[in-house]
Design a protein around this ligand. Structure first.
Ligand SMILES: Nc1ncnc2c1ncn2[C@@H]1O[C@H](COP(=O)(O)OP(=O)(O)O)[C@@H](O)[C@H]1O
Ligand SMILES: [Mg+2]
Length: 258
């Protein structure tokens, strides 16, 4: 059974897509088979791996909106151990099109249930909102990883996200658990960043990951080279941090420890 991890935060620009791309590739370096799912109509994850959201077919849209399209039917190979279910810009219409479907929150879950058993990890990138696409991800995931930008007043957004997580847990997916909050865009010389981190620790305790993702130009340059930062610049601070995060995530295996 794959571990299905959704990366979500309704705030944009906090490192969701960067985390899915680089944590995903880092997990392949540990020897795992990894699938990445792009649920953001903007398609930033899709672009990161050199695919064009304006033309790519088939895409996650076909799996979610066109009935009975198993997810493995839309996968594209990125590397021998990594595949992506890309986003097409058609996905913008998905929430509207699914509005009246009785199974609208289960579309992703149903499509993952078929043909994805060979993966060790499935990571899901989500748009910066708590709409139907993000709900679909929260419904089918086992675990939630929340990137929190430490260059910003992070707490309010995190509270709102946690409230919707409890809501989903009570009503639709009791299996969903919080894997962690990962501090991103971290500058250790910034007093503000350190304040944000200690606030997070106070509220979320050991759920804050030990790994912090540093602010690092290599992370923002890598997508332009159509690569993960681990392949673009293996010694970059973010490449090392994402490898460490992959090890940390991989060590959390007992369901009820967090
Ligand atoms: N650790 C980092 N260091 C420097 N820039 C980063 C880092 N993580 C993300 N970025 C950049 O910040 C922007 C937002 O990141 P992104 O992963 O797209 O966030 P989100 O998916 O939450 O909107 C992007 O331009 C990305 O390249
Ligand atoms: Mg994104």
């Amino acid at each position: 059974m794959p571990r299905i991890i959704v990366i979500a935060n309704q705030k944009g620009g906090v490192g969701k897509t960067t985390t899915v791309a680089n944590l995903g590739i880092a997990l392949t370096k540990l020897g795992y088979q990894v699938a990445l799912i792009d649920l953001d109509p903007q398609g930033a994850l899709t672009v990161t791996f050199g695919l064009d959201p304006y033309t790519i077919k088939p895409s996650i849209y076909d799996a979610l909106v066109a009935n009975d399209y198993p997810l493995d039917g839309v996968l594209k190979t990125i590397q021998p151990s990594a595949q992506i279910a890309p986003a097409n810009t058609e996905l913008i219409a998905a929430e509207y099109r699914l509005l009246k479907e009785p199974d609208r929150t289960f579309r992703l879950k149903n499509s993952i249930a078929r043909g994805m058993q060979s993966f060790d990890y499935i990571l899901i990138d989500t748009p910066p909102s708590l709409g139907l696409l993000t709900i679909n991800a929260l419904v089918c995931a086992h675990e939630l990883l929340i990137p929190v930008a430490t260059d910003y007043l992070a707490m309010r957004g995190v509270r709102a996200l946690m409230e919707s997580v409890w809501f989903i847990r009570e009503r639709i997916n009791p299996e969903l658990r919080l894997l962690g909050l990962v501090p991103t865009l971290y500058r250790k010389d910034s007093a503000h960043a350190n304040t944000v981190v200690s606030e997070l620790r106070k509220v979320f305790k050991q759920r804050v990951t030990r790994t912090f993702i540093p602010q690092d130009d290599a992370a923002s340059a890598a997508p332009a080279a159509r690569k993960s930062v681990l392949d673009y610049q293996p010694a970059a601070p973010t490449a090392l941090a994402y490898l460490q995060l992959a090890q940390e995530v991989d060590h959390v295996r007992q369901p009820n420890t967090r």
